[in-house]
Design a protein around this ligand. Structure first.
Ligand SMILES: O=c1ccn([C@@H]2O[C@H](COP(=O)(O)OP(=O)(O)O[C@H]3OC[C@@H](O)[C@H](O)[C@H]3O)[C@@H](O)[C@H]2O)c(=O)[nH]1
Length: 478
């Protein structure tokens, strides 16, 4: 098979470093109705969660460190780097880290931020003490960004097994923020008003070795957090919970070591439905789960977590919310987690073949992270105690999706000055066991009770994610 030319990290770097403040142009992001997205969040149920998109972006479309040519050439280069990122963040580069990478010694001089992004000043009556378990993970870190910018006091609980400290490091030291290393299977005591329970079991690599720990985390972790909610009278939101999918070594597009030593992936999904016989899946569908299959420790873990949650609600009057989350993607997703969105984007950026499993006729519906965070915050602050599906109804076959990702990566490369980006091939590999044939949420309930619907098109979300991975490649961390 013909192997297209790989874009070198130098060519990825070249364009950003050439940019100057004078030619900086902001990226326009359009929603499903063609309107420009300038902010994320909205005011619902007396809770205003709207923040400017550029400010949120400045927290993830940024290099973790400035790349220098040599140790004594630091002057000026960080300014150019900031200019390039100002293109995405309209001047919010001032909140970026000033850490410096020294290629000769392959070392990084870490610094703290020069300044934290401005957070809302709330009166004590409006300020919530929010606990986010799994807050250093992909979804958790975006939720934390939003809650912090809104002016709340946020405590992140994470055992860093799948989460990464760098995903929330930009808040470390802020007076409203606290980061605690803790495993939710052990009890934890704190005073709080709201608990977002996102913490979830370990890596896909450990999936088959650690199924007991996985289901223990789902059960014991949820039990501990519900106990805390009961004691503190905090409102408890279960993200019905998280799951990982085992990927066989043959199927993974990445070297073996990356799967053992990179952050294992974690994923939030509507696993309570299993391999559904009803399409799309409404909340009153009971699911189709094999209790002893390879995915059982996840699926059944989520189901028992829901049972516990409603047990505490019905018996003890704990104020609960349950979000059933469908396939979600976005910046800070681990590029080596084996999921389709990160696999395809990274493959296309590297000029490698896109690996479609099976014939690619299976379907998925992908939602962008900002829509999910909007939905979680809306649900938490609503009075809806029944489970609510949070997902995007735009359904793609995986083959269509591969073609879309390939087109978008080429478009972004062209927009960034690569005259003729290489066209990658789409190849087929074996379908994993128990791979659901179809998945699409029925989000009628979310629309009716939360007035929530996804705003981001898959194209817009993918474009942003491609830029995020490009930035990671440019800084050399991917
Ligand atoms: O490189 C790839 C990766 C994945 N795929 C396919 O793309 C589809 C989506 O795969 P993903 O792994 O991204 O997501 P899935 O919907 O299968 O599972 C996801 O949701 C349920 C969770 O329990 C899992 O943790 C999560 O991975 C699957 O049909 C998969 O076979 C490819 O064709 N190529």
């Amino acid at each position: 098979m013909e192997q297209p030319t790989l874009p070198s990290s130098a060519s990825l770097l070249e364009f950003p470093l050439k940019m100057t403040a004078s030619n900086v142009q902001s990226i326009r992001t359009l929603d499903k109705n063609g309107g420009e997205i300038t902010s994320v969040g909205f005011e619902r149920f007396g809770f205003d969660c709207e923040v400017p998109l550029d400010v949120v972006r400045s927290l993830y479309l940024r290099p973790h460190y400035v790349i220098t040519a040599s140790d004594d050439e630091t002057d000026g280069i960080d300014t150019k780097e900031e200019d390039s990122h100002a293109r995405f963040t309209k001047g919010h580069a001032a909140y970026q880290s000033k850490s410096i990478y020294h290629p000769q010694s392959q070392s990084i001089s870490y610094t703290t931020l020069t300044r934290f992004p401005p957070v809302k000043l709330l009166p004590p009556s409006g300020r919530k003490r929010v606990l986010v378990t799994g807050g250093a993970g992909f979804v958790g870190s975006h939720l934390v960004d939003r809650l912090m910018l809104l002016g709340h006091e946020v405590t992140v609980l994470d055992n860093f097994f799948t989460g990464s400290k760098t995903s929330v490091s930009h808040w470390v030291g802020h007076p409203n923020f606290e980061l605690v290393r803790h495993d939710v299977v052990e009890p934890f005591m704190i005073e709080c008003d709201q608990i977002y329970h996102l913490a979830c079991p370990a890596s896909p690599v450990h999936y088959q070795f650690n199924a007991v720990k996985t289901i223990k985390t789902s059960f014991q972790g949820t039990l501990n957090m519900l106990g805390l909610a009961k004691r503190t009278k905090a409102r408890f939101l279960l993200t019905s919970t998280s799951g990982e999918r085992f990927i066989s070594l043959r199927q993974s597009a990445f070297p073996l070591w990356t799967r053992f030593f990179s952050h294992p992936f974690k994923f939030l999904s509507a696993e309570v439905y299993g391999d559904p016989e009803v399409h799309p899946q409404p909340e009153d569908y009971w699911g189709h789960v094999n209790p002893i299959g390879p995915r059982a420790c996840y699926d059944e873990g989520k189901r028992v977590a829901e049972t516990l949650t409603y047990g505490f609600h019905n018996q003890d009057g704990v104020d609960v919310r349950v979000a059933r989350i469908f396939n979600t993607y976005g910046p800070r997703m681990n590029p080596y987690d084996g999921r389709v969105v990160s696999n395809f984007i990274v493959q296309a950026l590297r000029g490698q073949d896109l690996t479609v499993y099976g014939d690619g006729s299976q379907t998925r519906s992908f939602q962008y992270i900002h829509d999910l965070v909007d939905g979680l915050i809306a649900l938490m602050n609503s009075s809806e105690t029944r489970p609510v599906n949070i997902g995007n109804g735009d359904e793609f076959t995986i083959l269509e999706f591969a073609q879309l990702v390939r087109d978008i990566v080429e478009d972004v490369q062209r927009a960034d000055g690569v005259a003729a980006p290489p066209r990658v091939n789409i190849i087929h590999e074996g379908l994993p066991k128990d791979d659901p044939q179809k998945r699409r949420p029925d989000t009628t309930r979310a629309k009716e009770t939360l007035d929530w619907q996804p705003r981001w098109t898959v194209r817009m979300g993918l474009e942003e994610m491609v830029r995020y991975y490009k930035a990671k490649m440019a800084e050399g961390s991917l």
